[in-house]
Design a protein around this ligand. Structure first.
Ligand code: NAD
Length: 298
């Protein structure tokens, strides 16, 4: 049986690791949060004391960390994953990070004889819990074939975007569009409510009209409109505004590198930067609606 090391047990990683346990994989887990490790240990995982301990017998290593610096440090630092994993291990980073950092880490892994994939995901915490994530993979086709069954235990759809870093490029394009759609949806809902409409009625109308989109239909940002959406649980859990700000920054950097014009992405980046300054970085990214609500009350 394949042994899996899973590092990073946050809003996404914890439910993904649970699905591996449900699929009968043997899983060692590590997170800087002892409570996160304890919760997975209670579900049947082996609790590792360090990242190096988690990966020491792994056939496949999966990481699900916040951003560039966490990934770089975990893999490249002395005593990190590249030092501690057995040579046979396939390395899969599911975090959303810059494509050039993904290429840097994959290059360092290759120099040490490891196969590595960047495999960022789409589908949110609900998709992670349901095992219906979309994996957007960059790297070698052979390595992807080795990963396919495992990814299938956590997700429903697997795309091969291209070579190392290509998964991150595709993911950043998707999330730039998502940031624009969420900000636009929040703006439109707030406009309607400020003009006397019921947010649920307006959401129903737009969902059946040409403004329909994922943020409106599956992740409605207005509290009380959609049961189960982060907006209806005080914006807890879900996809943090600070993470969306990070992704919009990654998109901006990727655009600058090739001089691609991204005016809407840049505006969404500014809005999320303001939202973070207002103190909402830890709330779900749909809380951007508060930026608009606050401005009309002021
Ligand atoms: P999160 O902040 O909830 O979880 C990150 C976890 O990583 C935390 O538990 C933290 O303690 C742990 N961690 C950080 N550094 C570590 C280290 N060195 N060793 C071990 N553990 C470490 O974040 P999340 O929402 O789970 O997102 C993870 C990644 O997935 C991010 O890159 C995010 O952009 C991406 N993503 C998130 C969503 C979502 O809906 N939340 C959707 C798609 C992609």
């Amino acid at each position: 049986m394949q042994h899996i090391a899973f590092i990073g047990l946050g809003n996404m990683g914890a439910p993904m690791a649970r699905n591996l346990l449900r699929a009968q994989y043997s899983v060692s887990v590590f997170d800087l949060s002892a409570a996160a490790v304890a919760a997975l240990s209670g579900a049947g995982a082996r609790a590792a004391a360090t990242a190096a301990d988690a990966v020491k017998q792994a056939d496949i290593v999966i990481t699900m960390l916040p951003g560039n610096e966490h990934v770089r440090a975990l893999y490249l630092d002395s005593g990190g994953v590249l030092d501690a994993a057995p040579a046979r291990a396939l390395l899969i980073d599911c975090s959303t990070i810059a494509a050039d950092v993904a290429r840097e880490v994959a290059g360092a892994a290759a120099a040490r004889g490891f196969a590595m994939l960047d495999a960022p995901v789409s589908g949110g915490t609900a998709g992670a819990a349901a095992g219906t994530l979309t994996f957007i993979v960059g790297g070698d086709a052979d390595a992807l074939e080795r990963a396919r069954a495992l990814l299938g235990a956590m997700g429903k759809t697997i795309f091969h975007a291209g070579g190392a870093g290509a998964g991150q490029v595709a993911k950043i394009c998707n999330n730039m569009l998502l940031g624009v759609l969420m900000a636009g949806t929040a703006e439109a809902l707030n406009l309607g409510v400020a003009n006397g409409l019921d947010p649920k009625v307006l959401s129903d109308i737009m969902s059946k009209s040409s403004g329909r989109n994922w943020a409106l239909e599956l992740y409605n940002p207005w509290p009380g409109v959609m049961e189960g959406a982060p907006a209806s649980r005080a914006y807890s859990g879900g996809f943090g505004s600070a993470l969306m700000l990070k992704d919009l920054g990654l998109a901006r950097q990727a655009a600058a590198g090739v001089q691609a014009p991204t005016p809407l992405g840049s505006l969404a980046h500014e809005l999320y930067r303001q939202h973070q300054q207002d103190g909402y970085g830890q709330q779900d990214f749909s809380s951007i609606v508060k930026l608009f609500q606050a401005r009309i009350r002021a």
